[in-house]
Ligand binder design. Structure first.
Ligand code: HEM
Length: 267
């Protein structure tokens, strides 16, 4: 069966040991594909990104779901490049590359809006409880990933004075302090984790000088938190659209299940 072959091929990929510095390899599968091949290691009710997320005024975040994702990261691009090419070659008979994005850190922890990204992330101590399926449940130790590529309208964004940008995000630009009078349509208000539950983000800036944005990378133990945040950003719930979506446009949208190493090793 095709899905089984794909899972087998991906799980046999290994992070190579090199003298040039290591790479980290994260593999995820379309949730409904993973459920077909490993029902007992599949969290209940997790769905593919099956529909565009729509909001008032024909606003739309598109679905571009693919069967699997590989996230290869490392401190040097040459090693990442080689490992990515080897992975593509190893998967040649079972998969083709549908989409490729290269990303890089920008001024330590800022995204390409210039704001610090990740301030409200849980600490690394707390992150496993938030991002991983709990012990005793199917898929334990795995995580649900929302991957969504956003292109930024840099000209429109940069034409806003900093106090206005701060109202869009809901935090200050130099040091990411939450605004006392954070507007209801600010990004931080639309994704408020006190309302929707906590997630763990590892967003990455991507692209070229003239065409760039944010690869949103969000992990959660519960898909509903991610779905609810997206719908609230789109204004689906109450007609209030996240102001950030007037400066950044979602190009892609997909969910993946990232199984635990233990579940991957069974293949
Ligand atoms: C263009 C895309 C995006 C950019 C540039 C962006 C940037 C930011 C920034 C600068 C912050 C404030 C600092 C922080 O707490 O990290 C933030 C907060 C946050 N963002 Fe985003 N974000 C994007 C998309 C998304 C999406 C698609 C989601 C969820 C589906 C999301 C979820 C969150 C959450 C949960 C917070 C923290 C909210 C809280 O204060 O509890 N973001 N984002």
């Amino acid at each position: 069966m095709e899905a089984t072959e794909l899972v087998k091929a991906i799980t046999s990929l290994r992070e190579p040991r090199t003298t040039m510095g290591g790479v980290n390899l994260v593999a995820g599968f379309r949730p409904e594909l993973w459920r077909k091949v490993a029902a007992d290691a599949s969290p209940r009710g997790v769905e593919d990104f099956n529909h565009d997320v729509v909001g008032p005024g024909d606003y739309r975040m598109p679905t571009t779901q693919h069967d699997a994702v590989l996230w290869i990261s490392g401190s040097a691009y040459d090693v990442v490049f080689d490992v990515a090419r080897q992975a593509i070659a190893a998967l040649d008979t079972v998969a083709q590359v549908a989409e490729e994005t290269s990303s890089w850190p920008y001024h330590h922890d800022r995204d390409l809006t210039g704001f610090i990204d990740g301030t409200e992330n849980p600490s690394l101590i707390d992150a496993p409880d938030i991002a991983l399926i709990p012990e005793g449940s199917p898929g334990a130790g795995g995580s649900i990933l929302l991957l969504q590529k956003w292109t930024h309208d840099a000209v429109a964004w940069e034409s806003q004075p900093i106090p206005e940008q701060e109202k869009v995000i809901g935090r200050t630009k130099p040091d990411s302090v939450e605004l006392d009078d954070r507007p209801a349509d600010s990004h931080a208000a639309r994704t408020d984790q006190d309302q929707f539950g906590k997630i763990f983000r590892r967003n990455m800036p991507y692209g070229t000088v003239t065409d760039h944005g944010t690869m949103f990378v969000g992990f959660s133990a519960d898909q509903r938190r991610l779905v609810a945040m997206l719908e609230n950003m789109a204004g689906k719930t109450d007609g209030v659209r996240d102001r950030l979506t007037f400066f950044a446009r979602a190009l892609t949208g997909s969910y993946y299940f990232v199984p635990s190493l233990q579940d991957l090793r069974r293949w």
